[in-house]
Design a protein around this ligand. Structure first.
Ligand code: TRP
Length: 448
């Protein structure tokens, strides 16, 4: 069967950046910045992205384009008859786990978008009322399930439409919109009286705050935000034409992802400080603290609508990339039709997601390893499966694939002059430095 490719260079960029930019930037990054001491975390994060994770991102797209296969098929094709098959299995199972809990948080976004659209945050609600609104909502049965279902249906719908006319087309419209939305909101936030304190918190680092836990959180977040180690970028890489410059597309992806995370923080932290709130709120920052800010700032009603719209759009372009990994596998390895595969993934992800959603309410006392289902999925994927997947993947590119193949993929057979110049350094990073540092950070997070 003929494989589909992305149609244009811009299409490749919006798809990759769309996968990278998501809840990781709007929800996870800002609350981690708050929990890990502000600018020091931002500083370590940026180093992690550009020095450590960029070569890993190169490796992942290289494996994808070289094999022109889904995430399972890629390892089978490039290392037939070996245990690397299990990395392929991991690359299919983890996106399925992530997409199900991701869809639950996306569903919260849907609910809060409707709340914002009905101007529920403009009536002068207090901070504690918003706190109980959020916990009452997430611990109820039907409303979050409804949000989860809507979000997952939208995802399935785009994926069914195909790589070019679904994923690429959606990204081309939505990604520029997303940047416009976040810039508008950030401008509003940094012009609030008292916002300067928040900017200082974000950009003037106190280096004494950097320790092992900051490093491991920053590395985990960099992996999550760049969609690394889980077959997503591999699958998208397999849709990139042989003429495209992989290094350039990957670098643009990392730059726009980081820029977006910083813009999102500029939209949130200055406002948190302007209203004298606590930045160390944790995961509820976006759903409790922000609505309070919206309810108190001039034009807050509109900003709230724009913010939750941005959240849904950003989350959708990421969840389609996770969903596509599993669909591509079912279509190419198990001979499903695209529609059939999408329906099967919908059913499995819906059930898993429903369990996550209910783990805030009726299933909250059901614990595995002392964690609720939602926390288990989140911790397992971000702290264990992703670093392990990413580590194995660079080892695969650095030690299992032939050096000539990796370099040739990186330089398009030697025709890209700039890439040729840096290829030696990049290969050195892939082969030695990246695996070592990932192991070191991973080990230190287990010890401390
Ligand atoms: N990067 C996305 C975000 O920041 C989430 C995501 C999409 C992801 N695909 C992934 C995370 C693959 C890990 C692995 O929200």
């Amino acid at each position: 069967m003929e494989r589909e490719n992305f149609g244009t260079r811009f299409g490749v960029l919006v798809a990759m950046a769309g996968s990278a930019i998501g809840l990781g930037n709007l929800w996870r990054f800002p609350y981690l910045v708050g929990s890990y001491g502000g600018a020091a975390f931002v500083f370590v994060y940026i180093i992690c992205v550009f020095i450590l994770c960029l070569p890993i991102l190169f490796s992942e797209v290289i494996i994808g384009r070289r094999s022109s296969s889904n995430a399972f098929g890629a390892y089978r094709k490039l290392a037939p008859g070996t245990k690397w098959k299990w990395l392929g299995v991991l690359s299919i199972v983890t996106p399925l786990i992530i997409v199900s809990y991701y869809s639950v948080v996306g569903g919260w976004g849907v609910e809060y978008f409707f709340k914002a659209a009905m101007f529920e945050f403009t009536t002068g609600v207090t901070r504690s009322e918003l706190g109980s609104m959020f916990s009452k909502f997430t611990s109820s049965v039907w409303a979050p399930l409804m949000g989860h279902s809507i979000f997952l249906l939208l995802t399935a719908f785009i994926v069914i439409s195909g790589v070019k006319s679904g994923i690429e087309k959606f990204g081309k419209i939505m990604m520029p919109l997303l940047f416009v939305l976040i810039i508008v909101i950030a401008v509003r936030a940094v012009t609030l009286p008292g916002a300067a304190e928040g900017l200082k918190y974000l950009f003037s680092p106190d280096f004494s705050k950097i320790d092992a836990s900051v490093c491991s959180a920053a590395l985990g977040q960099a992996f999550f935000s760049l969609s690394l180690g889980m077959g997503t970028m591999l699958t998208y890489g397999s849709y990139i034409s042989k003429k495209e410059n992989l290094a350039a597309s990957s670098t643009y992806t990392a730059v726009s992802d980081t820029l977006f995370a910083l813009l999102a923080s500029c939209a949130i932290m200055p406002a948190v400080f302007a209203f004298g709130l606590n930045p160390q709120e944790g995961p509820s920052l976006v759903f409790e603290t922000l609505p309070f800010i919206f309810s108190n700032m001039p034009m807050g009603g509109i900003v709230a609508i724009l913010f939750f719209l941005a959240l849904i759009v950003a989350a959708l372009t990421s969840s389609i990339s996770l969903y596509e990994v599993v669909v591509a596998y079912l279509v190419e390895e198990k001979q499903y039709t695209r529609r059939g595969a999408s329906i099967l993934v919908f059913i499995v992800a819906w059930v898993l997601g429903a369990l996550c959603s209910l783990s805030f309410g009726p299933l909250s006392s059901f614990k595995i390893f002392g964690q609720t289902i939602f926390n288990l999925f989140d911790k397992l994927s971000a702290n264990i499966l992703m670093p392990v997947g990413g580590l194995l993947l660079v080892i695969f590119a650095g030690w299992v694939m032939k050096k000539d193949d990796v370099i040739s993929e990186f330089t398009n057979g030697g025709t890209l002059k700039c890439n040729r110049k840096i290829s030696g350094f990049v290969y050195f990073m892939i082969r030695y430095i990246c695996p070592l540092i990932v192991i070191a950070v991973f080990a230190s997070s287990l010890i401390f």
